[in-house]
Design a protein around this ligand. Structure first.
Ligand SMILES: Cc1cc2nc3c(=O)[nH]c(=O)nc-3n(C[C@H](O)[C@H](O)[C@H](O)COP(=O)(O)OP(=O)(O)OC[C@H]3O[C@@H](n4cnc5c(N)ncnc54)[C@H](O)[C@@H]3O)c2cc1C
Length: 201
């Protein structure tokens, strides 16, 4: 999103058709039957819905012909299985997370074909962090000489990620967060038992 130029009005949309929404849900909306209909989300302004791609474009303030062209192009790519713009489905990791039922050619690229069509605005936000305080295996914060600072612990987003800036997939933030919180508490309680009160900052 950022590499392709952040538009001045800061708007990005996830656009899909009704079938997609029913099967997979989208954002706050769960798949059918947990989310039975879209009306309440539409009324709340969470999504915009159009009977046709052109109508949807009108509702989100885009040029209808431009959006129709984009969707048309996307559907050609879905058919060929090649995504020249974003490379969806190019990696094994991508394909493993895909849905084989969308087409044998590329499980990450299904057509946007059956109306009504739905748009959900995408707003970039922070999911996790890659860098933070250096810690040891007990979550103790290290100083510049890599020695533990007495009584100071960190985990989760406050600690440097084990992945050193990579994001292999969901779970890599919460997983280590839980593990190192657990290890830190163990270290704190053990220290407390063995050497009297240790101040936690
Ligand atoms: C939409 C979304 C989806 C995600 N999906 C996944 C996923 O599938 N798997 C995964 O592993 N990770 C996922 N993450 C990332 C993960 O949720 C976070 O990285 C993780 O929760 C960070 O944990 P944390 O304890 O470091 O921080 P937080 O969970 O942010 O906890 C910090 C807490 O401190 C509180 N706080 C802040 N300031 C103060 C203050 N001054 N005084 C007192 N309290 C304060 C906050 O209210 C908050 O409760 C997702 C994140 C988002 C936003």
């Amino acid at each position: 999103m950022f590499q392709n130029g952040y538009p001045a009005d800061k708007r990005f949309y996830f656009i899909c058709d009704h079938e997609f929404l029913k099967k997979r849900g989208m954002g706050h909306m769960l798949p059918w039957p947990w989310t039975m209909g879209t009306k309440q989300y539409e009324r709340a302004g969470y999504i915009q819905v159009g009977a046709s791609v052109a109508e949807l474009a009108g509702k989100i303030g885009l040029d209808p012909m431009a959006l129709e062209k984009t969707v048309e192009e996307h559907n050609i790519h879905a058919k060929s299985g090649v995504d020249p713009y974003f490379g969806r489905g190019a990696s094994v990791f991508n394909r493993m997370l895909g849905d084989p039922s969308v087409g044998k050619v590329n499980p990450n690229l299904g057509p946007i074909a059956t109306g009504p069509f739905v748009a959900l605005q995408i707003v970039p936000a922070t999911l996790g962090t890659a860098t933070g305080l250096a810690t040891d295996t007990s979550g103790r914060v290290l100083n510049v000489d890599a020695a533990p600072i007495d009584g100071l612990y960190a985990c989760g987003n406050d600690a440097t990620s084990l992945m050193r800036g990579l994001y292999p997939g969901a779970g890599i933030t919460i997983g280590p967060g839980i593990v190192f919180a657990y290890r830190a508490v163990n270290a704190i309680t053990n220290t407390g038992r063995n050497s009297g009160a240790e101040q936690i900052r």
